[in-house]
Design a protein around this ligand. Structure first.
Ligand SMILES: NC(=O)c1ccc[n+]([C@@H]2O[C@H](COP(=O)([O-])OP(=O)(O)OC[C@H]3O[C@@H](n4cnc5c(N)ncnc54)[C@H](OP(=O)(O)O)[C@@H]3O)[C@@H](O)[C@H]2O)c1
Length: 118
């Protein structure tokens, strides 16, 4: 992982799953909605000698994504890598027509990536 040494990395969806696993390997700005999990992971990384900060962020909110970028820039002065990992994959047969779930998936998995921090 030396190629990524000293890089500042924002990772969305950092509170669990693949985001959490990635977070444990890097120097990071952690972002997700569940603050209790972010706090715990942040402490865990610090306890293991890592460097991380966190900010509660909903990737479907343009405003919160802008604030996330501003926070990272204020704390570290740069953003090298953006890991748009936040996502969900609810499964159900099409005939159940869970259109609310489809809307959420589009908002998080697609718009959440488009609203990345430029
Ligand atoms: N696990 C697999 O085998 C697999 C395979 C292929 C693809 N994927 C994809 O990889 C991604 C991560 O999967 P995972 O298994 O690691 O899922 P996970 O454990 O459910 O983690 C999803 C992460 O996304 C965050 N998230 C969800 N909605 C969000 C929102 N609106 N704003 C900010 N963060 C949000 C969640 O945090 P909060 O709830 O705290 O916000 C959580 O940290 C998903 O897109 C999934 O579809 C997973």
């Amino acid at each position: 992982m030396s190629y990524i040494q000293d890089k500042v990395v924002i990772i969305t969806g950092a509170s669990s799953g693949s985001g959490e696993a990635t977070a444990k390997k890097l120097e990071l700005v952690l972002a997700a909605r569940r603050e209790d999990r972010l706090k715990k992971l942040h402490q865990e990384i610090k306890n293991n000698g890592g460097r991380a900060i966190y900010k509660v962020t909903d990737v479907t909110s343009h405003e919160q994504m802008e604030e996330l970028a501003a926070f990272a820039l204020k704390e570290y002065g740069k953003i090298d890598v953006m890991v748009n990992n936040a996502g969900l994959m609810p499964l159900s047969p099409l005939y159940e027509k869970k259109s609310k779930e489809w809307d959420t998936m589009v908002d998080v998995n697609i718009k959440g990536v488009l609203l990345r921090t430029d």
